[in-house]
Design a protein around this ligand. Structure first.
Ligand code: PEP
Ligand code: MG
Length: 589
């Protein structure tokens, strides 16, 4: 099926599914902030007015948060906004503006917001930039309270619309329900933003990071949102709508059929068995992972537990979170990755000096070694939780064997302390490393004998190998998993894993693309960890293939010299072999 791709806008495919419906453009009312100077005698009452507005906002948000508890969905990520409300500095700086310059409360608060926005803008990491929208949201709510305005929301949206917004706050996300809202499209957001996580959990199609949306899309215009391909089509013609309706029924039918494969093993006809695992960010994703046929959690990114808050999660909170994961997925195993923080991706409780190149700086295991206190609390929590299931620990951003040795030593010390205190700990907890740097891939033969398993993180491995910032749209055309350099590195890592007798898996995005599954199988990647909904299709394709034909394809592409030739060859081959699965699914390049 060929899809006409006129007037389409591209973004990040955040949550799969196709929706066709009228746009509901969430335009924020432009708050005209009154700016005037007050007389000295008014200072006290103006400060009180501001404090009252903060309290009122707090109560209102608390009420929304309470309501969300029943859904068990986004209560955690709601904390980001509370953080700014509760953090006394926002209020104190605004009060300082009132006292020192006699500004009215609205102006004083607005000025503090501008200062914080400038600060956030200078940071390049997505996590931190998203905090900017949290503080802006909070300030807007306080301003609305000061000015006696009702906050806008999604509650008034008619049923069956596609929500188009600059960004959605967590309070708005809490008002999203499947069936009410057909899809979500936002200008902001990324693969890891709140809107992505919530849309995926609710199974609402979503495309985020689409430039120039809200000023160019009119309310009620017919939109097509393709959450698989990450595109949005505005004012589509009837023919295009008809094509996408066909594509939607086709994908839905495929999904229904595919669910039949969820409980079957991913095994080729000639007996090569691949383990399919799920990547998760939150424990609440586990039921989905199981429904789609995950045979364990291949990557739990613990960063989510640490972001959006002023204080770090203490040991008890971490034990509870890790236990939830381990219990939820048992008897399968869960790979829990130690903190991959660093550079700009820092929780407010961790401070390091400025770094000119955060991606090449103190991140992942380097940060853990630089902050052994934080690292040890995490290791203690992991060991204490270990008896709840089958735990595997994964280290991010490894580039040298010292990092593994350091971690082994820290683990032994933590274990000894806990055992002395009579704490039960599982006997065999595997320790693995991520291969995310070319250095780690090139010395995989040195690293492999020191660890129990390897997981290739292609998101970073590609960025560092190809010198392409994974978040930079100007060079995204170079970000190609089928680049021969990447394939050679994966091959090398698999060989090292085989020699050391350990499992080599992959948890980068490359693992979930069905186009790559033959290549990865032939290279010897034995475990593929991905977003849960990708699992059934992968299982189907592998069950209808032989490892022998996959090896043949690999031999053919290893003779080719460019990423473009390899992609073309693989696409052609897979399309010929699985026309029903790939037709209309391959992005036009
Ligand atoms: C990776 O780099 O491939 C990976 C899985 O880690 P993250 O996307 O969290 O950096
Ligand atoms: Mg990574």
């Amino acid at each position: 099926m060929k899809i006409p791709r006129i007037s389409e806008r591209r973004g990040v495919p955040a949550s799969p599914g196709i929706a066709i419906g009228p746009a509901y453009v969430l335009r924020r009312e432009r708050l005209v902030i009154p700016e005037y100077r007050i007389v000295k005698e008014q200072v006290g009452s103006e400060v009180k007015r501001l404090e009252r507005a903060f309290r009122d906002t707090h109560e209102r948000l608390e009420a929304i948060r309470e309501g969300m508890k029943d859904t068990g969905l986004v209560a955690d990520i709601f904390d980001a906004q509370f953080l700014f409300l509760k953090d006394p500095t926002l209020l104190q700086h605004a009060i300082h503006n009132i006292r020192s310059e006699n500004l009215n409360a609205e102006w004083a608060l607005q000025r503090e917001l501008r200062r914080l926005e400038t600060l956030f803008e200078s940071m390049s990491d997505a996590y931190i930039r998203e905090r900017s929208s949290d503080v802006a949201f909070v300030v807007r709510r306080v301003l609305q309270s000061l000015m006696g305005r009702e906050p806008e929301g999604l509650r008034n949206a008619p049923i069956g619309v596609i929500v188009v917004a600059e960004d959605l706050s967590t309070a708005e996300l809490a008002q999203l329900t499947k069936g009410h809202v057909l899809a979500v499209v936002t200008e902001g957001g990324s693969r890891t933003s709140h809107v992505t996580i919530v849309a995926r959990s609710l199974e609402i199609p979503a495309v985020v990071g689409v430039p120039d949306l809200i000023h160019t899309i009119t309310d009620g215009s017919m939109l097509i949102v393709d959450g698989h391909a990450g595109c949005v089509i505005d004012d589509a013609e009837e023919a295009t709508i008809a094509e996408f309706e066909k594509r939607r029924s086709y994908i839905e039918a495929l999904d229904r059929q595919l669910l039949r494969y969820a409980d079957l093993p991913a095994e080729t006809r000639d007996g090569v068995r691949i383990k399919t695992l799920a990547n998760i960010e939150q424990p609440l994703e586990i039921p989905h992972a199981l429904e789609y046929g995950a045979e364990g959690i291949g990557l739990y990114r613990t960063e989510f537990l640490f972001m959006n808050r002023t204080e770090l999660p203490d040991e008890e909170e971490q034990v509870a979170a890790y236990r939830d994961i381990l219990r939820g997925i048992a008897p399968y195993s869960a790979v829990i990755r130690t903190l991959d923080l660093g550079g700009d991706k820092l929780p407010l409780g961790v401070r390091t000096g400025e770094e000119a190149n955060p991606a090449l700086g103190l991140r992942g295991v380097r940060m853990s070694m630089g902050r052994p206190g934080i690292f040890k609390v995490q290791l203690r929590a992991l060991l204490r939780a270990s008896v709840a299931g089958n735990l595997k620990i994964l280290l991010p951003m490894v580039s040298s064997p010292n990092e593994v040795d350091f971690t082994r030593k820290a683990l032994a010390e933590v274990r000894e302390d806990l055992e002395r205190a009579g704490e039960p700990i599982a006997e065999n907890i595997e320790l693995g490393i991520m291969i995310e740097t070319p250095a780690a891939a090139l010395i995989a033969d040195i690293l492999a004998p020191r660890v129990d398993f390897i997981s290739i993180g292609t998101n970073d491995l590609l960025q560092y190998t190809l010198a392409v910032d994974r978040g930079n749209e100007h060079v995204s055309y170079l970000y190609e998993p089928l680049h021969p350099a990447n394939l050679r590195l994966i091959q090398r890592v698999c060989q090292a894993g085989r020699r050391a007798g350990i499992e080599v898996g992959m948890c980068g995005e490359m693992a979930g693309d069905p186009l790559h599954c033959w290549i990865l199988t032939a290279l010897g990647v034995g475990e593929l960890s991905m977003a849960s909904f990708s699992i059934p299709l992968l299982k189907k394709i592998l069950r209808e293939s032989t490892a022998a034909e996959a090896r043949e394809l690999l031999a053919e592409i290893m003779r080719l010299s460019s990423a473009a030739e390899i992609r073309e060859h693989v696409e052609e081959h897979m399309l010929r072999r699985f026309p029903a699965e790939f037709e209309g699914m391959l992005p036009t390049r």
